[in-house]
Design a protein around this ligand. Structure first.
Ligand SMILES: NC(=O)c1ccc[n+]([C@@H]2O[C@H](COP(=O)([O-])OP(=O)(O)OC[C@H]3O[C@@H](n4cnc5c(N)ncnc54)[C@H](OP(=O)(O)O)[C@@H]3O)[C@@H](O)[C@H]2O)c1
Length: 413
């Protein structure tokens, strides 16, 4: 098929998976924040009845918003959908199970794309399969546009830009500390995480990919300098806190290194990056860090073995479509500290904060704004390919998030 020229497509953004837990929050954000036709958007899902019920719940704010029935396993259907919009925003996960045909359709039709995946092996497979097609059609494909990994990716980009403006060079290394965060977890996130663990059990190459900090770098460039971190608990002298592992570090660090590679080693060929979670000061921080690290190890072990995994799925974890209550989302927040070491040895700090819970309330706003930002990018800036949020949108997205998504980026004195 010959794709419809971008400027002749009826929609700026089509939200696929609108009827899921996070999909509905994104639809609410688009309907309320961008009411009035500035953004031409539509909602897509596999069930007509669920789409109609969603449109009814959204009420007048979504009046006139078209609804489209599509199953992401239907190749002809997703090609036709991709050809009607500048940007596809999809929440249909686990992406390794349900996402490949849609991403491929976007690459083939020159349609920009963003999603909420944190599934490293799948992203690597999509880079290797679709990079050259996307380059030739001009499609800008941007995975990881939620809490993993926008705040980390843009936090590092922001700090390095600020430090470069002041000193002429970026930081040699940066570490991120989650100072505080509160929220919950959805059934869709759990399903994606368990699916990744299942494939890791079946295929040793997936384990290899998950261990490599440079797994998402362009093919042929998946090696780099030794990276810091990895201890179950440690004392961060400069920040004055004990730390435990941060569950999102496994994807965020890979995205940050990919940004560095795609930006032409803008952070330096020897750039080092790590993330961890603050658990407290000298007295209470150590036992808290041990408790977090122990809890994560126990959960990991239970998720790896099929019998305990089945018990977790059945009795403990939320089901697809379920997630944190509106109160938990509303009360939630995140507060991230980025500490950089400048080329002159001086220490630099930046803070990234968000209102609402990171995984859903804030994620819905971040990806909604990323999609609108993509729709407004001039053709060729950047060219087609698989990108990261920082390498595709950089400062433009920082400003959009500040203005429309309640996310702040500040240098600290
Ligand atoms: N990166 C982040 O920060 C972040 C944050 C939140 C979520 N996520 C990810 O986002 C994804 C969605 O999470 P969620 O909690 O919203 O999950 P969910 O409630 O289970 O929603 C999944 C959506 O996908 C739809 N779907 C499933 N198979 C489909 C198919 N073949 N064709 C079309 N639609 C299909 C479902 O349709 P029905 O409504 O008809 O069932 C539903 O709308 C997960 O992969 C999760 O890991 C990431």
């Amino acid at each position: 098929m010959t794709p419809t020229p971008r400027d002749q497509r009826p929609f700026d953004v089509v939200l696929v998976g609108a009827t899921g837990y996070v999909g509905e929050l994104i639809a609410e954000h688009l309907a309320t924040k961008h009411r009035g036709g500035e953004v031409r958007w539509a909602m897509a899902g596999r069930s007509r009845a669920k789409l109609d019920a969603l449109a009814k719940r959204l009420g007048p704010a979504a009046a006139g918003v078209e609804t489209i029935v599509v199953d992401t396993s239907d190749e002809a259907g997703v090609l036709a959908l991709a050809d009607r919009t500048r940007v596809v925003l999809t929440t249909v996960g686990p992406y390794a199970k349900y996402g490949s045909t849609l991403l491929g359709a976007c690459a083939r039709t020159g349609t920009d794309y963003c999603d909420l995946t944190g599934e490293t092996p799948w992203i690597q497979r999509m880079i290797d399969t679709w990079q050259s097609t996307a380059e030739s059609t001009g499609a800008r494909i941007v995975p990881c546009c939620g809490f993993d990994s926008i705040p980390s990716d843009l936090g590092v980009f922001f700090l390095n830009e600020e430090v470069r403006a002041r000193t002429g060079a970026p930081c040699r290394s940066i570490r991120m500390r989650v100072l505080s965060a509160s929220g919950g977890v959805s059934g869709g996130t759990v399903a994606s995480m368990l699916h990744m663990i299942e494939t890791m059990n079946e295929d040793p190459r997936v384990r290899e990919t998950l261990r490599n900090p440079f797994a998402l770098n362009p093919a042929g460039d998946r090696k780099g300098p030794r990276q810091p971190g990895g201890l179950p608990i440690s004392w961060d002298r400069e920040v004055g806190c004990w730390t435990a592992p941060f569950v999102m570090a496994a994807i965020n660090t890979r995205v940050v290194h990919r940004s560095n590679a795609l930006l032409g080693q803008a952070y330096g060929a020897d750039f080092a990056y790590e993330e961890a979670m603050r658990t407290g000061g000298p007295v209470l921080g150590a036992p808290a860090a041990l408790a977090v690290a122990g809890g994560m190890a126990a959960f990991g072990a239970a998720a790896v073995f099929p019998p305990t995994r089945a018990l977790l799925k059945r009795f403990v974890l939320p089901k697809p479509g379920e997630g944190p209550s509106p109160e938990v989302r509303e009360r939630g927040h995140f507060d991230l500290l980025f500490v950089g070491k400048g080329a002159d040895g001086k220490s630099w700090r930046a803070r990234v904060k968000g209102d609402r819970d990171p995984g859903y309330g804030s994620t819905a706003k971040m990806i909604g704004e990323a999609a609108i930002c993509l729709a407004g990018l001039p053709p060729g800036e950047p060219g087609g390919g698989l990108w990261t949020p920082a390498s595709a949108m950089g400062r433009r997205l920082v400003e959009r998030l500040r203005t429309h998504a309640g996310v702040t980026f500040e240098m600290e004195a």
